[in-house]
Design a protein around this ligand. Structure first.
Ligand SMILES: Cc1cc2nc3c(=O)[nH]c(=O)nc-3n(C[C@H](O)[C@H](O)[C@H](O)COP(=O)(O)OP(=O)(O)OC[C@H]3O[C@@H](n4cnc5c(N)ncnc54)[C@H](O)[C@@H]3O)c2cc1C
Length: 486
């Protein structure tokens, strides 16, 4: 089945060149070789035009928050892609910029000999701006393909205000899209012409990243990026993502419903960094769960009442997990797609939340911390500090504690606007899964997005939902967590 039209859009509406030597796939967000609608579309185009395929996976050094941590994870992914593409019919160019601006001109030069460029349609961070700029520069068609989630982003026509409303919409709309999945191995048996060699002048100026750098060599230390934010123990890449998924399915999913909120047990999938960097697709995760439970679309319920359970026709734990992976995750993509200028702005909070936070913005704070004090985990609260240390060391925070982490930042900064800036700065700089639509869903949820007003009204929070470290400590087992991150 070809890639559905609803997932494809032209960025610049320019023609496809019939004289091009190849089709270029510019991999920017879905950094994987399987289950990738964008790669699949590039293969379809190459086959139709009877041209070879060239894949460019580039890594700039001047994107916001560029650091050893983010680079290492992406480089692991590039190494895995290089290995996966050996013997497959495509020319793979993994390019890593070594000085700001050194990569400028690479895409345009490659595109000069291409029929068209196919790329990934990711709705957040600097990527939409980069695509618009590239579209203006190129003389040929730049097609962006949405491989973000089970629901094509443009199956909706506006941003949904609550998870409940979005879930109802999903229950009505998703069945029509659910069985159109990307190919697991789009390049296998693709019957494409022999891969081309790229011209010497191009590879001399923009050489392939060395295998030493890709495989973890010390060259990373010489790149002009932030070396204070160290790599995490978690390896990146498609292979590591598959291992994570297998472990989750074999050992954790069955405990997901009762134990996902327990930081000491660590029963969630840990897939968010891989989803963020496109090292795994939610289609593949869904297919693995469906396979495990011998699921078919005839199991879907006809009731589209927005209830969290009972719609998929899967076990309770699989339904709870899919509510996160599909409803909550894709709600964030829906927001970024339909509010591209506003999704990370304070002004995008619902009116009731802005009103109540505004009314309480002059309330005395019990204490206030600077960005540096938050960053260095030097607050008075051992639980908050432990969560911040986990973020700095491992690039992740347990989901439940992540909510508390953000709520406390709201309580300990002079204004909600400043709290928002601190949350975004720390989350996007240190979290492997930061800079994602989910980053802004999570952070803004703590300020009232997708939530409702709660009573009683409290200082600072007004009617925004309140959380306290004391209550969290009563609810959760935290002994091991506090010891580990003390
Ligand atoms: C303040 C704050 C900041 C957050 N920042 C991010 C972020 O930068 N990147 C990010 O991916 N998530 C973020 N989240 C959401 C959530 O914390 C993570 O998605 C989750 O902890 C990732 O762990 P996991 O992969 O083990 O999740 P699992 O429980 O295994 O869930 C599977 C997948 O579902 C999605 N998911 C799970 N929980 C949520 C949620 N609450 N909202 C949206 N999607 C969800 C994620 O893609 C996740 O990988 C944030 C939440 C809060 C409260």
């Amino acid at each position: 089945m070809p890639v559905p039209d609803i997932r494809i859009r032209s960025i610049n509406h320019r023609p496809v060149s019939q004289d091009g030597r190849y089709v270029l796939y510019w991999m920017t967000a879905f950094r994987r070789t399987g289950w990738n609608f964008a790669l699949q579309r590039a293969v379809e185009k190459a086959r139709a035009l009877e041209r070879p395929l060239v894949i460019l996976e580039a890594l700039r050094c001047d994107y916001p928050y560029a650091s050893d941590r983010l680079h290492r994870f992406i480089l692991d992914g590039m190494a895995a892609n290089a290995r996966a593409l050996v013997d497959l019919p495509a020319t793979y160019l993994p390019y890593v910029e070594t000085a700001p601006g050194a990569g400028r001109g690479l895409l345009a030069t490659l595109a000069r000999e291409a029929c068209l460029v196919v790329t990934d349609d990711f709705p957040a961070f600097f990527l939409p701006r980069m695509l618009d700029m590239a579209g203006r520069q190129l003389a040929i068609d730049l097609e962006a393909v949405d491989g973000n989630g089970l629901l094509p982003m443009r199956a909706a026509d506006h941003a949904y205000p609550t998870a409940y409303a979005f879930r109802r919409f999903l229950q009505k709309t998703l069945p029509a899209h659910l069985m159109t999945t990307p190919l697991a191995k789009p390049l296998q048996h693709a019957q494409l012409p022999e891969p081309v060699a790229l011209p010497k002048h191009l590879t001399a100026k923009w050489p392939d990243a060395t295998s030493m750098l890709l495989e973890g060599g010390p060259e990373l230390a010489r790149l002009p990026i932030d070396h204070q934010v160290q790599p995490c123990p978690l390896p990146g890449g498609e292979t590591a993502a598959h291992e994570r998924l297998d472990t989750f399915l074999a050992q954790r999913l069955e405990h997901y419903t009762e134990q996902r909120n327990d930081p000491d047990l660590n029963m969630t999938s840990g897939l968010s960094p891989y989803l963020h960097f496109g090292h795994i697709s939610s289609h593949e995760i869904f297919a693995a769960i469906a396979d495990r439970e011998e699921w078919g679309p005839n199991r879907l319920s006809h009731r589209t009442n927005g209830k969290r359970t009972g719609w998929w026709g899967l076990s309770a734990e699989a339904e709870a997990f899919l509510d996160q992976l599909v409803t909550w995750r894709e709600l964030g993509f829906n927001m970024c797609c339909f509010e591209p200028q506003r999704y990370a702005d304070y002004a995008s909070l619902p009116e009731w939340a802005r009103k109540t936070l505004g009314e309480h913005s002059r309330d005395p704070r019990p204490t206030c911390y600077t960005l540096e004090e938050f960053r260095d985990a030097s607050t008075h609260d051992p639980l908050w500090n432990a969560a911040q240390r986990q973020l700095r060391r491992e690039g992740v925070i347990h989901n439940y504690l992540r909510m508390l982490w953000a709520k406390k930042i709201l309580e300990w900064t002079p204004t909600p606007q400043e709290a928002l800036a601190v949350m975004i700065e720390l989350n996007d700089r240190y979290a492997l899964d930061g800079r994602d639509p989910n980053s802004y869903s999570g952070i803004f949820w703590c300020l009232g997005r997708y939530d409702r007003a709660w009573g009683p009204t409290r200082p600072i929070f007004g009617s925004v939902r309140y959380m306290s470290s004391g209550n969290t400590a009563k609810k959760l087992r935290l002994k091991g967590y506090l010891e580990k991150y003390s």
